[in-house]
Design a protein around this ligand. Structure first.
Ligand SMILES: Nc1ncnc2c1ncn2[C@@H]1O[C@H](COP(=O)(O)OP(=O)(O)OP(=O)(O)O)[C@@H](O)[C@H]1O
Ligand SMILES: [Mg+2]
Length: 283
């Protein structure tokens, strides 16, 4: 059983960390829903279904998971996946302490033991032999066999697997196998409507609504240049960054150049085209 409930363990300020688990703080991480994703996620949680979040960079996937962990009152374990990540990095390993050998749970095992949400970010970066360790946790058995200790761990109530990836980065070689993909309920994330995106920007930066709308309108024009060679169009995250500069009294055009354009590309022609757009639309 989980040893955690929000009422007795929540700290009074901000999120807290124990045993590699991040416990939600008293205040909800701000997340503005763009569809029925909260209801679908809650239903998946109640029914033991793992979830995959698909969407471009900076569109709110991580924030959504943090918000859901808070809503469900579960601790959160996040793993940033990469191609060096091994199955033992997820499940755990024996460590030598003095003359003893002690077993140390990895993040996946810890999450399963404590009934946490386990968020495997950019799962597509992990190798196949690493990804398969999550398979027994994603079917009805909800178990994690730990080969090295011989334990077959039953996932505690509340445990839920969440994976995310950016379909735009797939290059043939990097894809999830169908046997992995078909274990998850998919939630597709896209950039919010201009009204919602302006609300997010206003909330995240503290700038006035009119200025948030102007930044969102500009960004949507920049997004239309996407097919002229941008690897990824500007995200909500970039608008928030520009807005935070504006909130810190950086002139709006300079803020757009630094936070909205610069991170997108090094291509001088594309930068010049985007620069013109900023100059013609921003006061
Ligand atoms: N729906 C939303 N509600 C609230 N904030 C949002 C939302 N969408 C985006 N944001 C803002 O955008 C920022 C970036 O979002 P987030 O880090 O969740 O992106 P991501 O999809 O996880 O990106 P990546 O794939 O690069 O990890 C957040 O810190 C937040 O300020
Ligand atoms: Mg993220």
């Amino acid at each position: 059983m989980s040893d955690y409930s929000r009422t007795d363990a929540a700290p009074s300020i901000g999120p807290d960390h124990h045993d590699g688990l991040r416990y939600p703080g008293p205040d909800a991480p701000f997340y503005l829903a763009t569809g029925n994703e909260i209801a679908v996620f809650e239903t998946c949680h109640a029914r033991g279904l793992p979830v995959m979040l698909k969407g471009p960079t900076g569109c709110g996937k991580t924030r959504f998971v943090e918000h859901m962990a808070w809503r469900l009152g579960r601790p959160l374990v996040t793993v940033a996946c990469h191609d060096d990540l091994s199955a033992s990095d997820l499940t755990g390993r024996y460590l030598i302490r003095g003359s003893d050998t002690v077993w140390l749970d990895g993040p996946l095992t810890r999450a399963a033991r404590h009934g946490a949400l386990c968020y495997l970010d950019e799962i597509i970066e992990a190798r196949q032999d690493t990804v398969v360790v999550i398979h027994p946790l994603t079917d009805d058995r909800r178990v994690l066999p730990l080969d090295k200790t011989g334990e077959i761990l039953d996932a505690a109530p509340g445990f839920q697997l969440v994976i995310s990836y950016n379909p735009g980065y797939q290059h043939g070689l990097k894809d999830l196998k169908p046997s992995t993909r078909q274990r998850f309920v998919a939630l597709e994330f896209a950039f919010p409507s201009p009204e919602l995106e302006a609300e997010i920007v206003e909330h995240e930066s503290g700038i006035e609504r009119d200025r948030a709308i102007a930044l969102v309108t500009l960004t949507n024009r920049l997004r239309q240049l996407g097919d002229r060679g941008l690897a990824e169009v500007p995200s909500t995250r970039l608008i928030v960054a520009a807005a935070r500069l504006v909130a810190g009294n950086i002139p709006v055009r300079a803020a757009c150049h630094a936070a909205l354009l610069g991170p997108l590309t090094d291509d001088p022609e594309l930068l010049a085209a985007m620069h013109d757009l900023v100059t013609s639309t921003m006061p």
